[in-house]
Ligand binder design. Structure first.
Ligand code: PLP
Length: 367
């Protein structure tokens, strides 16, 4: 049995230091806004090449708070990919702004930068590039458009820790950027956690207040904030995981290369296209195939777990019926939703497993 995702190797290799870290937090009797978070924010800002990193409760909160920090409200429009994960859309709705969906590039799955300008109106306030599956969006073009039209950029970096575009790390391009440390992410907590990165002290200060009831001093409330703090247990765990993220990323890239080698010769399978300016970190390894559902069933019978990211685009979700979109409105998005299949890829997956998965896929398409 090859599961779609497994934490086994990470846990087997690092359980001792992870447990020690958890024990140390418990014994410290200090569980929120303490030294582990301060240390994590320093480490993550360094890794992400930004001046500031502020831990928050989740990736979705990180997106919402980023939009709030930019004062984006119901008068404004935000441009985002039509095929993004639902959280990107939810963040825009949560601040009351209007979502302006743009089709992805069918090769990279990312927001098509060439289709952004036609969607800009006098209400457009920001562009939200989501580096889907771990491949950066075309950040040179996106930043150029934002500059030309005086728009903010909020990167959704949840799936792309350590990815680079033209050698610059994602999460360092936008005015303010959000990421997630949901357990399955490339850097995963043992619970909920997220982070905001920025070069702008004013925005960072706003987030520091907002996440803590709008307060910078106990019992003084300056703005209407929330409770969205990255707790000490998660921060201690993340501090350990940060030590290994470069190694784990290389392993993901090595496994992806192996998949590429074994699958790319089969004309029935489209392996991930990599923009030559991008360094993909393979949060997910997503192939495009016909007969996707039959293939998934076939692999299941062979003991191979797979997943679909994402079967229903955000604009066709029940939650967004009121926006009035219909099937057929974003054909590229729908084609991707019908043909994409994510294969197992995580540190610890061995070469024999990748061989077995690829042989099984090739066997399915033999006839
Ligand atoms: C692209 C993207 N944005 C935002 C999120 C939201 O992160 P979280 O689950 O930590 O709220 C996720 C992950 O779940 C994601 O994949």
């Amino acid at each position: 049995m090859i599961p779609f995702i497994s934490f086994n190797t990470q846990l087997e290799t690092h359980s001792e230091e992870l447990i020690l870290a958890v024990e140390s937090v418990i014994k410290s009797k200090w569980y929120v806004l303490g030294k582990n978070l301060t240390e994590f924010e320093k480490n993550y800002a360094k890794l992400n090449c930004t001046k500031f990193a502020v831990g928050v409760g989740s990736g979705l909160d990180a997106l919402i708070i980023s939009l709030k920090a930019l004062k984006i409200t119901k008068e404004d429009e935000v441009i985002v990919a039509s095929n993004s994960y639902i959280a990107s859309w939810l963040s825009i709705t949560n601040v009351g702004a209007t979502i302006i969906p743009v089709e992805p590039d069918p090769q990279t799955f990312n927001l098509d930068a060439n289709k952004i300008e036609e969607k800009i109106t006098n209400k457009t306030k920001a562009i939200m590039p989501v580096h889907l599956y771990g491949q950066p969006c075309e950040m040179d073009k996106i930043m150029g458009i934002a500059k030309k039209h005086n728009l903010y950029v909020v990167e959704d970096n949840a799936q792309s820790h350590l990815a680079k575009y033209n050698n610059q790390i994602t999460g360092s391009f936008g005015d303010i950027n959000a990421t997630s440390f949901y357990p399955t992410k490339n850097i995963g907590a043992f619970g909920e956690a997220g982070c905001i990165t920025t070069m702008n002290k004013k925005l960072s200060d706003y987030v520091i207040k907002y996440r803590n009831y709008g307060s910078s001093e106990k019992y003084f409330c300056d703005i209407i904030g929330s409770n969205s703090r990255l707790d000490e247990l998660q921060a201690a765990i993340l501090n350990i995981k940060l030590k290994y993220i470069e190694k784990w990323t290389l392993e993901r890239q090595r496994l992806a290369k192996k998949y590429d080698q074994l699958l790319s010769k089969n004309y029935r399978i489209t392996v991930p296209y990599i923009d030559p300016r991008a360094q993909h970190v393979y949060h997910l390894y997503v192939i495009k195939v016909d007969k996707r559902d039959q293939l998934q069933q076939f692999l299941k019978e062979k003991g191979i777990g797979t997943a679909i990211h994402y079967p229903i685009p955000p604009y066709l979700q029940k939650a967004y019926v009121h926006l009035g979109y219909n099937k057929g409105d974003f054909p590229i998005t729908e084609r991707l939703a019908e043909t994409s299949l994510s294969l197992p890829l995580y540190p610890g997956l061995n070469t024999e497993s990748v061989n077995y998965i690829c042989n099984s896929i090739n066997e399915f398409y033999k006839n």
